[in-house]
Design a binder for this molecule. Structure first.
Ligand SMILES: [Fe+2]
Length: 281
């Protein structure tokens, strides 16, 4: 059964982020940013994959749990929560992502305690809320398939189908690792990106979003953060995690582009800009 959580009406700015990936340094900077913006845990949403590539699996779970925000169950939480043999990311067998995932997933599985895994297993699969009179759902990948990769270049009809399935006007998703916002007819699809790895844009910055309700609708701002990526990368190397992801924290370039559609591959190394989108247009 799909576990759902409804947050009711959110009438102030909401901070959304995805993929902490066990990157404690980035998580601390994100939480400090929320504090400096005056946004408390009742208006912070995480789209899942709290633990993946980086070194501080347990500490990152504790920090996110302790902060008291709502968290969507990602494929990593689903897999770790059920003690599955792999991350369930949806990587094709034999690809670089698949090979590397065996290493970081085994490390996360070994490092997390039973209480953290239980917390992951119990997380909601979908979180709904109302903002500026519009119904939203926060999910991880797709509405029904947790590891579905949906990108900025995904066909509009596919995003529309997902919105239909959820029965909402706006979706906040995660999983694909890249921030973007798409108007889907009169509806909206937003991915806040992730804070645990850069956005394959050739810079070490990581991304989160602010959804702000106003009298005419909602503003969706895509914002970057800088953090001590050197410290996070050094820990990964010290703990024997894949060098490719440790290097990515510095270079801003992913070690493999296996999961990316052609348009996103082509954008490799092009620095992303902060962006603000109004909805309705
Ligand atoms: Fe994911």
């Amino acid at each position: 059964m799909t576990r759902l959580l409804d947050l009711g009406i959110l009438d102030g700015p909401v901070l959304v982020f995805g993929g902490p990936y066990g990157n404690l340094e980035a998580t601390e900077v994100l939480l400090a940013e929320a504090t400096s913006l005056g946004i408390g845990p009742s208006r912070i949403l995480c789209t899942g994959d709290v633990v993946a590539y980086c070194a501080d699996a347990q500490a990152t779970v504790e920090r996110i749990r302790g902060a008291g925000m709502a968290v969507v169950q990602g494929n990593c939480e689903e897999s770790l929560g059920s003690d599955a043999d792999d991350c369930g990311c949806g990587f094709e067998e034999g690809t670089a992502c698949d090979t590397l995932s065996a290493q970081w997933y085994a490390y996360a599985r070994q490092t997390l305690d039973a209480d953290a895994k239980k917390w992951m297993a119990d997380l909601p699969r979908r979180i709904t809320f109302t903002m500026a009179g519009r119904r939203w759902a926060a999910i991880h990948g797709g509405v029904e398939r947790v590891n579905r990769f949906l990108f900025a270049s995904t066909a509009e009809a596919d995003l529309a189908d997902e919105l239909d399935t959820a029965g909402v006007e706006g979706i906040v998703a995660g999983h694909c690792g890249l921030p973007f916002t798409r108007h889907v007819g009169t509806r909206l699809w937003h991915n806040a990106g992730v804070i645990g790895l850069p956005a394959n844009d050739g810079t070490p910055r990581v991304w989160y979003s602010l959804l702000t309700p106003g009298t005419k609708g909602i503003t969706v701002e895509q914002r970057s953060l800088e953090y001590d990526h050197g410290a996070a990368a050094r820990k990964m190397v010290k703990r024997g995690l894949p060098q490719g992801y440790a290097n990515a924290l510095h270079s801003g370039l992913w070690p493999s582009l296996d999961v990316l559609p052609a348009a996103e591959r082509k954008a490799t190394g092009r620095p992303l800009a902060a962006r603000s989108v109004s909805w309705p247009r």
